[in-house]
Design a protein around this ligand. Structure first.
Ligand SMILES: [Fe+2]
Ligand SMILES: [Fe+2]
Length: 218
């Protein structure tokens, strides 16, 4: 049943921006130093695994809370909706391949395993971009007139609760990183007010430290 007023759905494209940038950046970082000291391998491999898990969680939420509702409530558009959802499978295969390449690199970092990881991340990036386009252009506008705001917001909450608690600050810092001031302010509104008040301490500084370690020497 379409709602009368479109709901606010802008956070999907905002969240996607992290996925649009993250895997190509990780590929560049591995390529820049394919066999660095062990501590660097561990840090970067953890970072890559984190990005892989984050996209998996994002899709899990959509598979559970978004696509089935659209198919049920807008059956005339179901073929289009299902086609975009099926892109998740292609991405899952690329995520699994990147995860395996990351494990191999972590275990035995070399020019060869580094190159295999870089290629897997670039392939993942290449299959992710058109899906994010399709979702933003076709699915999000449909959801805006098909879901209630509460149903839509449950999607964002799903993502947050699936992250381990000790990773949430870095995840949020990573999310804000590519945003302009307006989008940043918009996403900050989703934080509980005690966290928002202590943002510099709880998220800002830990993220800055993490980001400068991640990008050191580049
Ligand atoms: Fe999405
Ligand atoms: Fe998706």
């Amino acid at each position: 049943m379409p709602t009368s007023e479109p709901i606010d759905v802008r956070d999907m494209a905002i969240v996607h921006r992290t996925f649009r940038n993250g895997f190509s950046e990780a590929a560049r970082l591995v390529r820049a130093a394919p066999a660095p000291p062990t501590a660097r391998v561990t840090f970067l491999a953890d970072h890559i695994d984190f990005g892989i898990a984050a996209l998996h969680i994002h899709h899990e939420g959509e598979d559970e809370l978004l696509y089935p509702k659209l198919v049920e409530r807008a059956p005339e558009q179901a073929p289009m909706t299902e086609q975009v959802e099926q892109e998740h499978q292609l991405i899952q295969e690329a995520l699994d391949a990147a995860s395996a390449a990351c494990a191999a690199w972590r275990q035995r970092p070399s020019a060869e395993t580094g190159e295999a990881l870089t290629a897997a991340l670039e392939h993942l990036n290449a299959v992710v971009q058109p899906h994010l386009d399709d979702e933003e252009q076709k699915i999000v506008p449909l959801a805006a007139v098909t879901l209630t705001q509460q149903e839509w917001d449950a999607l964002g909450k799903h993502g947050v609760t699936r992250f381990p608690r000790n990773k949430r600050a870095i995840a949020f810092g990573m999310l804000l990183d590519p945003l302009d001031e307006a989008d940043r302010a918009y996403m900050m509104r989703t934080l509980p007010s005690p966290v928002r008040l202590l943002y510099p301490l709880l998220i800002g500084r830990p993220w800055k430290r993490y980001a400068s370690k991640l990008r050191a020497g580049t």
